[in-house]
Design a protein around this ligand. Structure first.
Ligand code: PLP
Length: 422
């Protein structure tokens, strides 16, 4: 199921009033749903001491959402200097921050080690000598290569640019130890939108095996393993939801086996993005044009600058029309934006209740990798973001982009050089 019935029942009756006050389009997120998912995650891993989710900031980089995550006890997984700044501005720091970059620049390292630093997750052996000050705790991202097949979305690890190769891993930890690292983490991220929980259990098994192997080679213990994100959500009505409880049960058993064999267990970290917020956001748009040529088109007042996934990945996002229940007369339509790209479509040949100009469409599961991915191609601007609070209040948490924002980088000090040919 896409959007939960609880969110639908709280949102739909007030949507017209929200529209009247804020206008369309907007993403609106559900505080109650986000909290419930977060509490459920903490609950299923309650038996594992030190379990911690590091919310993947890139999924929904909004400080108000991040404060909800913070209240749940979560840290933040950041992969750029700007994401670190966002997290630090709400008071996160040190071990609340995991910095998982790749192709890391010296400016990235500088940003990571500023303001009391953070947990540093290195993407390659060659980066060890480039870390300005080797922190006491170091983590490496592991790429298992041919030892593991990636899931269908993220692809084959052999072709992935991320992580330290299997045969370089001992050397990576050894060289970090030579530079003074004393505590260790192990990270991987192999899947995206994976609905089969068994894949995640196998990933944890793999990490524990590697931790045991490296531990034996170097005589070290691991403080934590980080299983990455990638837990999937059911975008299509026929998709089965991810079985979080079953996954946690099997992972807890793996940790207890590890504990009996090695006399200790690392902590478990996770860095989920999509699973935490994806189902708890929708993009609300208004139909502004109906066009009937070879196909029927519904033109809406947002475009792919608000939601890239359908155009980029051919992703399905479920759509409902406000006040037009199933059973109404339907029509097969393409739901389109106004960008000059033919892939600017929220839905292709979708059977929907007959839509008239002025109708509100609720494009679902936009709470992760939605607004955040938007771009300004064709001068298209990103929409506002709203939060439906647990107490029923609706709060603006990001204003819409303006033309002034779009033009801002064109205001600068004039500067030119005349290069001399040699
Ligand atoms: C994108 C990303 C995540 C989050 O992925 P989801 O599919 O949203 O759970 C976690 N870790 C890293 C390193 C990522 O790049």
């Amino acid at each position: 199921m896409p959007m939960s019935s609880s969110y639908r029942e709280r949102l739909f009756p007030v949507l017209k009033e929200i529209e009247a006050n804020f206008g369309t389009p907007f993403h609106i997120y559900d505080e109650k749903g986000i909290r419930q998912t977060g509490m459920r995650l903490n609950q299923v891993f309650a038996e594992l001491p030190g379990f911690r989710e590091y919310f993947a900031v890139k999924a929904l980089p909004n400080p108000r959402i991040m404060q909800i995550m913070q209240a749940l006890g979560f840290g933040f997984d950041c992969s750029s200097s700007a994401e670190l700044t966002l997290a630090r501005q709400i008071g996160a720091g040190g071990d609340d921050l995991m910095f998982t970059s790749n192709n890391t620049s010296s400016a990235d390292f500088e940003a990571a080690q500023r303001n009391g630093g953070c947990l540093l997750n290195l993407d390659d052996l060659s980066l060890v000598p480039k870390v300005p000050v080797m922190p006491e705790t170091i983590c490496f991202r592991y790429n298992p290569g041919p030892r593991r097949s990636g899931n269908s979305i993220i692809g084959n690890p052999v072709e992935a640019k991320y992580g330290v190769a299997h045969h370089q891993l001992v050397e990576a930890y050894r060289s970090a130890m030579k530079r003074g690292a004393r505590r260790f983490g192990l990270h991987t991220m192999l899947a995206s939108n994976e609905l089969n929980y068994t894949y995640m259990v196998q990933t944890v098994q793999m990490l524990l095996d590697v931790a045991a192997w490296i531990g034996g080679e170097l005589g070290i213990r691991f403080d934590f393993i980080n299983m990455g994100g990638g837990l999937g959500i059911p975008y299509r009505p026929e998709d089965h939801p991810f079985d979080l409880e079953a996954m946690a049960k099997e992972i807890i058993r793996l940790f207890s086996d590890f504990n009996s064999r090695y006399g200790y267990a690392p902590r478990l970290y996770m860095e989920s993005g999509r699973y935490m917020t994806g189902p708890h956001g929708v993009l609300v748009v208004q139909a502004i044009n109906r066009k009937e040529i070879y196909r029927q088109y519904i033109g809406v007042d947002a475009c792919m600058s608000a939601l890239m996934r359908p155009a980029m990945y051919g992703a399905y996002h479920h759509i409902e029309v406000l006040n037009k229940p199933a059973g109404a007369t339907t029509q097969v339509v393409d739901v389109v934006g106004s960008l000059c790209e033919n892939n600017d479509k929220f839905a292709i040949q979708r059977e929907l209740p007959r839509i008239e100009e002025g109708d509100l469409l609720i494009i679902q599961d936009t709470g992760a990798h939605g607004h955040a991915m938007g771009f300004n191609y064709n001068g298209k601007l990103r929409p506002q973001e709203l939060l439906l609070r647990e107490n029923g209040t609706v709060e603006l948490i990001r204003r819409a982009e303006s033309e002034a924002d779009y033009l801002a980088t064109l205001r600068f000090e004039p500067r030119q050089i005349t290069p001399k040919r040699t």
